[in-house]
Design a protein around this ligand. Sequence first.
Ligand SMILES: [Ca+2]
Ligand SMILES: [Ca+2]
Ligand SMILES: [Ca+2]
Ligand SMILES: [Ca+2]
Length: 321
Amino acid sequence: MSKGVFVFALIIAYVGSTLAAGGVFVSKEEASNYLTREKRANSGFEEFAKGNFEQECVEEICNYEELREVYENTAQTNAKWDELTRQCENMSPCNDIGTDTCQNLWSSYACHCHAGYTGVHCETDIDECAGEHECVNCVNTVGSYTCACDQGYEGDFCTEDVNECDNDVCENGDCFNTDGSYICLCDAGYQGTNCSQDIDECQQNETCVHGICINGIGTYDCVCSTGYEGDTCNDDINECENFDNLCQNEGECVNDVGSYHCACASGYTGSDCSQDVNECDLNLCPEGSQCEHGANSYTCFCPDEGCGASVDTQLQQAVDP
Ligand SMILES: [Ca+2]
Ligand SMILES: [Ca+2]
Ligand SMILES: [Ca+2]
Ligand SMILES: [Ca+2]
């Protein structure tokens, strides 16, 4: 087939397909396409069909019919058509992670990247921190970036206060959120930023004023000395009011701070006035007499020959010791 005949055949084939599609005329641009193509194919049909195929149907877009003209074989045409129009499916050229969509182009493809990726195949992470950014401390990550915020702030731009109270940061106390921080008001017995430390109350002065201090977690105990009571063992116990019969033999109970004492009636002694005073021990009887003591009294018995010079008869007297 000569060059001129081939061009004529192409035009007839095209007009035929155009008519089949309902058209009648070939536009000026479309016609000139064919004329232009004819001008480039200037070294014979066989050479054009095979050797210039790349120029005609790879570098430029052709349609299936034109490709069919080149191969004159449906299987080969289909294979080449597939190769030219479905590279995304056939080659999966775009990076799996970085690519949003692969677009088939004529004998090519285009990878459209997810945000955060770049490169022909979307294979390259964009270092967002290298460019302008609003982070206080920008940290690049694969496919993204994060803002490493100062403590107490969060959000993409580190401008949002963290409400630490949502996380129960105050272990033994009430939490109050503040901008960039928080405050814990600790329960009694606890201290520290998060109210997590026990206060050792026993290390403080006069926690148990008259007693032994025993520390506990969040608390303490006072074991009071005898005579004291109260949380700090600083309250005197009034023994005279609280207890009956502390003082015997009509002795009077007298309360003291931390203690008490008994003011005994005459003739009695001892802490509870239970002991009868032995007046005979006071050596009140004259020489030579015998002393016999009684309740709040004593008696001196002189022998028949008489006592000493000052007492010569039986003597009996009651005395206050
Ligand atoms: Ca990145
Ligand atoms: Ca806060
Ligand atoms: Ca404690
Ligand atoms: Ca007392």
